[in-house]
Write a protein that binds this ligand. Structure first.
Ligand code: NAP
Length: 201
């Protein structure tokens, strides 16, 4: 059976997006808010095999492309979808279809995207069905938390960036109980440490 995993760039103080440079309260509008979380996409000489325009350090390219090649479908939270400008009607991955999880209608959803309002189990089941023997990637701390609560997550990948953002949108959210993780890979690279954890069941 295919796996379910998440991969997020996270500051050491646990934020996945930062606040606006002028310090207003409109947190977390995506990449532009905290470009330092994603500098490692572009700070090397090794082009990504899957993402046009990405030039990473050699160890980051290896980790990034390995994870990207696993993805057969993506499930993103509504906030990530909104903060990513709906990916212009496409998705975050060059080939994998996108499922957007929400409790509300999304009039802007395109014919290439699928809105799911029937819960995380259904979203992951639909994503699995199209992913075939590839894996399902989760995007957004809220979606990851829902999936962890449902016991549906196999791996959590953190691209930990050595910065304290000091504010923004926290990645980690409340869970009803502890979730034990096992570190299965740690790859230090320029400007980022790639940490791959398996969810212990
Ligand atoms: N650094 C990175 O690598 C990275 C990666 C991805 C995203 N991001 C950023 O991280 C932030 C994500 O924010 P977030 O973690 O608060 O949100 P999120 O997971 O993207 O979205 C949360 C929303 O998803 C919907 N949702 C979640 N679980 C659900 C469930 N079980 N059933 C139905 N709907 C459900 C709800 O939408 P409704 O309120 O509509 O019901 C909820 O408010 C964004 O700023 C994004 O740009 C960063």
């Amino acid at each position: 059976m295919s796996k379910v995993f998440s991969a997020h760039a996270v500051s050491v103080d646990g934020y996945v997006s930062g606040r606006t440079p002028d310090g207003d309260k409109e947190f977390g509008r995506g990449l532009g808010d905290a470009p330092m979380l994603f500098d490692w996409y572009f700070d090397g000489d090794t082009p990504s095999r899957l993402f046009d325009g990405f030039k990473l350090s050699e160890p980051s390219a290896r980790v990034f492309d390995t994870a990207a090649a696993r993805v057969g479908a993506t499930v993103a939270g509504r906030t990530t979808y909104e903060h990513s400008s709906h990916w212009g009607g496409g998705g975050p991955h060059p080939t994998a279809p996108l499922f957007v999880l929400s409790h509300r209608p999304a009039p802007e959803i395109s014919e290439k995207q699928t809105l799911v309002t029937t819960g995380i189990e259904d979203a992951i089941a639909q994503a699995r069905a199209v992913a075939g023997d590839k894996d399902v990637a989760l995007m957004g701390g809220g979606v990851l938390t829902s999936a962890l609560e449902a016991g549906l997550v196999d791996e959590v990948i953190l691209h930990q960036v050595p910065v304290l953002l000091g504010g923004g949108r926290p990645f980690f959210q409340d869970l009803p109980e502890h979730v034990r993780l096992r570190l299965i890979e740690a790859v230090p690279a320029p400007g980022v440490t790639h940490l791959r954890y398996e969810v212990a069941r």
